[in-house]
Design a protein around this ligand. Structure first.
Ligand SMILES: [Zn+2]
Length: 316
């Protein structure tokens, strides 16, 4: 049935074109610097752009299975009480928002966001994109024994349970929360679809539960998609006893076409206590693994040492 077969790529192309148009419509050059980084972080438009720019020699061969993997080792009931975890705050109070630690000492935090939206999953399943899990980054961090913190979306964890197990198994990696499906928590967040207010608390709570099932170095750190938040969003998360973590060094790695600007953005702005925002989403941030060795070398030259987020935000 040639007609049926030809519909799939046609549909994918159509979706990509429509998304690219939407992306152009939402791009706003007047954004604040922090928002620019956030924009980079936005998954939907970004992902689609990548598909357009890079039609993908990889093809459907690399497409991910459509099965929704579920962490089976442990359930939410095995989660430790959040009170003792790094980032835990008093439930019921407005969560603190931090973007760096004390400017003393020599510690900095490498943080990697793992975005995943329905649109991204479609890209995987259609074969337009090979992977949103950059294993080269994890390989390098493990090989060099570098500490890092991963902000995971629930849908990314469901897509990559084996990679999540690997992250949780490392004593150098902390795990944090980046929402379930990377929806916007404010009305104007780079064109990301917006979550209903009444669903905010459950979305973030469910993601903590999903991540908790993997054990390892759990935290109560949370990062909003696109770093977009307002008082309403913070109030909705108050029951969860968490700390909101933005970042003071935005690498601009999403959709980068060269590694040098990423390295420059990090090394020109990093200071003791900095929280560096990077992405582990391969297809959406294809240069990050190439930039990382240069970032690590530059940090070492400056006498700065990557450490887990809890160490950077702590009392050091
Ligand atoms: Zn994100």
């Amino acid at each position: 049935m040639p007609v049926k077969i030809s519909r799939v790529p046609l549909l994918a192309t159509l979706a990509a074109v429509v998304s690219a148009v939407v992306l152009l419509a939402v791009m706003n050059p007047l954004r604040q610097p922090e928002d620019v980084g956030a924009f980079v972080d936005a998954p939907d438009p970004d992902r689609t752009t990548a598909a357009v720019v890079d039609p993908g020699p990889d093809g459907p061969a690399g497409s991910a299975p459509s099965v929704r993997p579920v962490p089976t080792e442990a359930g939410p009931s095995d989660s430790p009480p959040p009170g003792g975890l790094p980032g835990a705050t008093s439930a019921g109070t407005l969560p603190p928002v931090v973007d760096h630690g004390p400017r003393t000492g020599n510690k900095v935090a490498l943080t990697f966001d793992a975005d995943m939206t329905d649109a991204m999953r479609y890209q995987l399943r259609s074969g337009a994109v090979r992977s949103y899990a950059n294993l080269k980054i994890i390989d390098l961090l493990e090989r060099e024994g570098v500490a890092a913190t991963f902000f995971l979306t629930g849908k990314w964890v469901e897509q990559y349970p084996e990679v999540t197990r690997r992250l949780a198994a490392s004593p150098n990696f902390e795990l944090a929360n980046h929402t379930y499906g990377h929806l916007a928590f404010t009305g104007d967040c780079y064109g990301l679809p917006r979550i209903e207010r009444r669903k905010m608390t459950g979305d973030v709570a469910d993601t903590f539960d999903i991540v908790a099932g993997y054990g390892g170095r759990q935290t109560r750190y949370f990062r909003f998609p696109g770093l977009c938040h307002d008082r309403t969003a913070l109030a909705e998360l108050a029951p969860l006893g968490l700390t909101v973590v933005d970042g003071d060094v935005v690498s601009g790695d999403p959709f980068a076409t060269a590694w040098r600007p990423i390295v420059r953005a990090v090394l020109d702005n990093v200071r003791p206590g900095s929280v560096i925002v990077l992405h582990v989403t391969e297809a959406n941030a294809p240069m990050t693994d190439e930039a990382l060795p240069h970032i690590l070398a530059g940090l070492a030259e400056r006498g700065l040492e990557p450490a887990a987020l809890s160490e950077v935000l702590g009392t050091a």
